[in-house]
Design a protein around this ligand. Structure first.
Ligand code: F6R
Length: 606
C-alpha cells in the first residue's frame, strides 16, 4: 500500500507535504517520513506512527526545502519503525515507494557485493542503491531507465537527487501515480485526492511510464524513454465533507450517513416519474450477455456475493463470484458473452485492478462499481457505475457496502428488464420498494440502544460465529469481518446449514452466536439451525425483522428487530446492527476504530 507525495516549488514545501500525507493515511499509517533538499543537502525526518507524530518531529527539526517527497507506510518488508520508514536515502538520492519489489533479495546481494551498505529491512532500499550505482556512469534519465528495467514487481516511486535540486522523478508500474499542476509548482501523488487542496489539474501516469517534474514544467516518458504527451484533466474540487462533525469517529458518521447514501443512489439511478432505471449508455444489449462474473475483495467481495443471489433470482443468467486475488491467478475461461463486474470502494485495490486488467487484455466486457470515480479501476473499465457515497474515511467499509449492494441490485433489475427476464408488474414493484429503503434504513439505525446494551457482553468475548442462509449468508460474512477488523475478535461467518458439517464442534457453553434470520424464504430453516446451536450451549443474538408473528424466542439470549421490507432488500437492514455491534465492541475495548491495527483503507499491494 503506502502513499507518496512530492512537491517542487519556489516556496517551502514541508507544510503542504504534511497536509497531503494526512489525506494519504487511508493507504497506510504505521510510519511516515519526509525528505527535502536544502542548500545542497538531502535531509530527512522519519518516525514510527502517524502523520501527527511526524509533524511534531518536523517542528523540532526545522526541516526546510522548496523541493521534497513524503510517505505514509503500510509495512510489507520490515517492521514499522523509523529506520524502515520512507524516504530511504543514500548520500545523493532519496526515494519513496508504494508497492513491492519482488527481486529485492537478489538485487540486494549484488549491491552488497559492490560495497553498498543497507540500513533497513525494506525492499525499497535496493532502489536507492541501484540509482546511486547507475548515476556513477550515466545521466539521470538513462539511470532511471536502467533501474526501472531491473525492478520486478509493482511500484509507484518518487525520487529526489541532491545534485539536481530542482526536479523530482516519478515512475509507476502497477501502483497508481498522479501528477498535479500548480502556479510555479508541480506535484506528484498516489492519487488526485492527496493533491486536491493544491490543484484540480491532474494527469495520470500509465503503466510503465515515468516523469520528470520541475516547478515550471513536467515531462512524461514511456518505458523506452520516448517522450509522451499527456492530457491534463480537470478533476472536481469536490468540496466534500472530510471531517467528523460531532461524531467521535468517521465510522460512526459513515454508518449514520447510510440513509443519505441510499437516497442519493436512488435519486441518481431511479427515474421516479416513470418508475424506471436511469442507466444510460449501457454498452451491451441483453442478448449479448449470458453470464455474469462479479469480482472484489473483502467487503466488496461480500457485496458481489450478495448480488449473486439477486441476479440468480431476478435473471436467467449464470452468475459466478470470485475473490480478485484468486481470480487473477486462475486459469480462466474467458467468454465473450460474460459481463465482468468489478466492485471496489477505493477503485485502487491492486488485486481487483489486476483482475480487471486481465479481462481488458482478453477483450472482455468490463464494468465497475466504485465510489471514487477518478480511480484506476473506474478509468480502466468500459462502463462505470458510481455508488455516490461521498468519501469513506473509516478503514472499515460501511456506507460503501450498502452503496455497492444498491447499485448492484439496480443493475440486476436493469439487466433483467433488458433481457425480458422480469415481468413489468414485478419490475415496478421492485422499483417502488426502493423508494422507502432510505427511510427504513434510518429507522433501523434507531436500534442503537439495543445494540449498545448487547455489546457490553460482546466486548468480553474471545470468539463468535455469524450464521445466515440465502440472502443473509453474505451479510453473516460481512458481520464477522467487521467484528474481526474492528474489535480484534475471532469471528466466523458461516452458512447456517453447514454448521453440522464440522463447525458445530466449536460451539460450547456460553459461546456467542449471531443468527441472522429475517422472515424470508429461509427463515424456518435458519431457526432450526439456531435451535441446534442453542441446544449445544450457544448464547444466541437473533437478528430478524419486525413481524406480527412472534418468533420462537425461548432460550434466545437477545433479539434485535430491524424494519420490514421486501425479502430481497432485508440484507440492507440487517447489516446495520452488525456494523454497530462491531463499532461498540471496539469502542468498549478502546481500539482505534477508524484506523484498526495492521490495516489500511486502500490495499494497493497484491
Ligand atoms: C473491510 C474493508 C475491506 C475492503 C477491501 C476492498 O471493512 O474495508 O475488506 O472492502 O479491502 O477495498 P475496495 O472496496 O476499496 O476495493
Amino acid at each position: 500500500m503506502c502513499g507518496i507525495v512530492g512537491i517542487t516549488s519556489n516556496k517551502q514545501v514541508t507544510t503542504s507535504i504534511i497536509n497531503s500525507l494526512r489525506k494519504l493515511e487511508y493507504r497506510g499509517y504505521d510510519s511516515a517520513g519526509v525528505a527535502t533538499i536544502n542548500e545542497g543537502h538531502l535531509n530527512e525526518v522519519k518516525c514510527e506512527g502517524r502523520v501527527d507524530v511526524l509533524e511534531k518531529n518536523l517542528s523540532k527539526s526545522n526541516l526546510k526545502g522548496t523541493i521534497g517527497i513524503g510517505h505514509v507506510r503500510w509495512a510489507t518488508h520490515g517492521i514499522p519503525n523509523s529506520v524502515n520508514a520512507h524516504p530511504h536515502s543514500s548520500e545523493s538520492v532519496s526515494v519513496v515507494h508504494n508497492g513491492i519489489i519482488e527481486n529485492s533479495t537478489l538485487l540486494k546481494k549484488l549491491l552488497i557485493k559492490k560495497g553498498h551498505k543497507f540500513k533497513s529491512q525494506t525492499d525499497t532500499e535496493v532502489i536507492v542503491h541501484l540509482i546511486t550505482e547507475y548515476l556513477k556512469k550515466n545521466d539521470l534519465k538513462k539511470s532511471i531507465l536502467k533501474v526501472l528495467k531491473k525492478l520486478h514487481g509493482s511500484f509507484a516511486l518518487g525520487i529526489i537527487f541532491k545534485d539536481q535540486p530542482d526536479l523530482i522523478v516519478g515512475a509507476r508500474r502497477g501502483s497508481p501515480l498522479a501528477v498535479g499542476y500548480g502556479p510555479n509548482e508541480n506535484y506528484l501523488g498516489s492519487d488526485s485526492y492527496a493533491l486536491k487542496s493544491m490543484t484540480n489539474k491532474i494527469s495520470y501516469l500509465n503503466d510503465g511510464e515515468f516523469c520528470i517534474l520541475k516547478k515550471d514544467n513536467v515531462e512524461f516518458f514511456d518505458k523506452k524513454g520516448k517522450k509522451v504527451n499527456k492530457k491534463v484533466l480537470e478533476v472536481s474540487l469536490d468540496g466534500q465533507n472530510y471531517d467528523k462533525g460531532d461524531y467521535k469517529h468517521f465510522m460512526a458518521k459513515e454508518v449514520e450517513e447510510q440513509p443519505t447514501t441510499i437516497k442519493n443512489c436512488v435519486n441518481e439511478y431511479i427515474d421516479k416519474v416513470n418508475s424506471d432505471i436511469n442507466i444510460f449508455n449501457f454498452p451491451w444489449k441483453g442478448n449479448e450477455i449470458s453470464s455474469i462474473m462479479l469480482i472484489g475483495c473483502g467487503t466488496a467481495y461480500h457485496s458481489c456475493l450478495m448480488a449473486k443471489y439477486w441476479f440468480e433470482q431476478l435473471t436467467t443468467l449464470n452468475v459466478n463470484v470470485d475473490i480478485a486475488s484468486e481470480f487473477r491467478y486462475r486459469n480462466n475461461r474467458f467468454k465473450k458473452d460474460t459481463l465482468y463486474i468489478f466492485v471496489s470502494q477505493s477503485g485502487e485495490t491492486a488485486d481487483t485492478f489486476a483482475a480487471l486488467d486481465l479481462c481488458n487484455k482478453n477483450k472482455m466486457k468490463t464494468c465497475s462499481v466504485v465510489n471514487v470515480v477518478e480511480s484506476s479501476i473506474a478509468r480502466e473499465s468500459k462502463f462505470v457505475l458510481p455508488i455516490h457515497c461521498g468519501p469513506e474515511i473509516g478503514v472499515a467499509s460501511t456506507k460503501a457496502f450498502l452503496g455497492q449492494m444498491l447499485v448492484l441490485y439496480i443493475l440486476c433489475l436493469k439487466i433483467s428488464k433488458m433481457r425480458k427476464d422480469i415481468d413489468k408488474k414485478k419490475y415496478l414493484e421492485k422499483i417502488k420498494s426502493l423508494f422507502s429503503l432510505s427511510k427504513l434504513t434510518k429507522q433501523t439505525l434507531e436500534t442503537d440502544n439495543k445494540v449498545q446494551s448487547v455489546c457490553s457482553s460482546f466486548a468480553e468475548i474471545k470468539g463468535s460465529m455469524f450464521l445466515g442462509r440465502g440472502y443473509s449468508y453474505p451479510i453473516a460474512l460481512e458481520g464477522a469481518l467487521k467484528l474481526k477488523e474492528l474489535a480484534y475478535v475471532h469471528a466466523e461467518g458461516y452458512p447456517a446449514g453447514e454448521m453440522k458439517h464440522g463447525p458445530l464442534a466449536l460451539i460450547e457453553e456460553g459461546m456467542p452466536v449471531v443468527v441472522l434470520a429475517p422472515r424470508d424464504e429461509y427463515y424456518k430453516k435458519t431457526i432450526s439451525n439456531m435451535q441446534e446451536v442453542i441446544a449445544r450451549g450457544a448464547k444466541v443474538l437473533l437478528i430478524t425483522n419486525k413481524s406480527k408473528d412472534e418468533v420462537y424466542s425461548e432460550n434466545i439470549w437477545e433479539k434485535i428487530e430491524v424494519e420490514n421490507t421486501s425479502e430481497d432488500l432485508l440484507p440492507f437492514l440487517i447489516t446495520i446492527p452488525l456494523q454497530k455491534l462491531a463499532y461498540y465492541s471496539a469502542l468498549k475495548r478502546g481500539y482505534d476504530i477508524d484506523k484498526p491495527r495492521n490495516l489500511a483503507k486502500s490495499v494497493t499491494v497484491e
